[in-house]
Design a protein around this ligand. Structure first.
Ligand SMILES: Cc1cc2nc3c(=O)[nH]c(=O)nc-3n(C[C@H](O)[C@H](O)[C@H](O)COP(=O)(O)OP(=O)(O)OC[C@H]3O[C@@H](n4cnc5c(N)ncnc54)[C@H](O)[C@@H]3O)c2cc1C
Length: 358
């Protein structure tokens, strides 16, 4: 068993975990742990223009220049209407947004950890956590080895599972039971616009996922995703690509896109959680939760990745200003997250007001 010491252990090398590690690295010794050997394919690809501010601060703007990502011109919205409204990014003071190749972006962040000398223990799991005096003892197992990390601070960046915080006794509060069923497919269009549309019990979106955008063939890969309560999705009986696309074709504003899908290359993915949820507390004695681990939003907000970045930057600033053992740091971060949640609920109410989705 190897024994190591670090100031901070971050569990989860998604966007939140990597951004936090990169922001803290100049000030503290950080170790990151992730159960996956490499970044995985995920739904969630629309990165709003303001995210460029965070990436600039961390000298990461070059990551978005990769040819795997493409710029987002905005969105065509059929929300609450049979007629389209265009919400464009052209007038946005931060410039255009992005349609990310999500897996590639997360791998870029992991590679950046390595380039800056931050330890990432991948294919590794937290097998146990104990507290001795003021420090945490974290037992980590991987295929190759077992180690014990002693650390002052533990960060949960494990996404919606909030695995660490729950293990430490934190309570997860669910606001609803929305799930998402999603499909990726080559589509014969070059439009760099997302489309959203509501229906009686849920809503749909489609966006380029940039992954295999090919100028030669004129095809792009797009995500199509249906958000609705789990029981409605299950009751639909959709079990394959054809079933999904038949349903998608009936959605306002989707028929032209669906007709351009190359069905041979389409893949239907397992259902994932897409509800609003938060930890009763995002910070307590010696631990903090960032990104989806602390609070996860309805994808309608398109704010998940931005929140992953912003919550991590906010926490990094607090820890640099107040140190790792400060109760003021815990209270400051908690009150910031409470404000984020209150604002999120206001926006959610604004969009869903008067619909069956409220
Ligand atoms: C249908 C859908 C559409 C979405 N669309 C968008 C969008 O367009 N724009 C947007 O900004 N957001 C979108 N989101 C939300 C966005 O994807 C999330 O908010 C974002 O992934 C949160 O990042 P994170 O780093 O907090 O968590 P995650 O991305 O979940 O990363 C968690 C990391 O922790 C690791 N991990 C988990 N458990 C453990 C464990 N026990 N031990 C070790 N490692 C562990 C995982 O391997 C992973 O690397 C969407 C979400 C859904 C469901």
């Amino acid at each position: 068993m190897t024994k190591r010491k670090s100031d901070i252990v971050i569990v989860g090398a998604g966007i939140a975990g990597c951004i936090l590690a990169l922001a803290l690295h100049p000030h503290y010794h950080v170790v990151v742990i992730d159960k996956q050997a490499q970044a995985q394919e995920k739904v969630g690809e629309c990165l709003p223009p303001t995210a460029s501010r965070v990436l600039r601060k961390l000298h990461l703007s070059h990551l978005l220049q990769s040819s795997e990502h493409t710029t987002s011109h905005g969105m065509v919205s059929f929300w609450g209407s049979d007629y389209p409204t265009i919400v464009d990014n052209v007038k946005n003071p931060d410039g255009l947004g992005w349609h990310l190749h999500r897996q590639h972006f997360e791998q870029q962040l992991r590679d950046e950890l390595a380039r800056r000398g931050i330890s990432l223990l991948s294919s590794a799991k937290v097998a146990g956590i104990t507290k001795a005096d003021m420090d945490w003892q974290v037992q980590v197992t991987s295929q190759k080895s077992q180690s014990e990390l002693t650390t002052q601070l533990l960060i949960d960046a494990t996404g919606r599972s909030c695995h660490i915080a729950r293990q430490l006794g934190a309570k997860l509060v669910l606001s609803d039971k929305q799930m998402a069923l999603w499909l990726t497919a080559p589509v014969a269009t070059s439009k760099q616009l997302a489309v959203i549309s509501d229906e009686t019990h849920g809503w749909w979106y489609s966006a380029p996922s940039a992954a295999y955008l090919s100028q030669n063939t004129g095809m792009q890969t797009r995500v199509f995703s249906w958000q609705a309560p789990a029981e409605i999705i299950k009751r639909s009986g959709i079990a394959d690509v054809d079933g999904f696309l038949t349903r998608a074709r009936q959605v306002k504003g989707f028929s032209t896109l669906v007709d351009l899908v190359n069905r041979q290359g389409a893949r239907l993915h397992p259902m994932v959680s897409a509800n609003s949820a938060r930890l009763e507390r995002c910070a307590a004695d010696g631990w903090f939760a960032v990104g989806d681990a602390g609070m996860s939003f309805d994808p309608l907000s398109s704010q998940g990745m931005l929140h992953a970045m912003n919550s991590s930057m906010q926490l990094a600033e607090i820890l640099v200003a107040h140190g790792l053992r400060s109760t003021l740091a815990t209270e400051l971060y908690q009150s910031q997250m409470d404000r984020v949640w209150a604002r999120y609920l206001e926006h959610r109410q604004y969009f869903y007001h008067g619909t069956t989705l409220a």
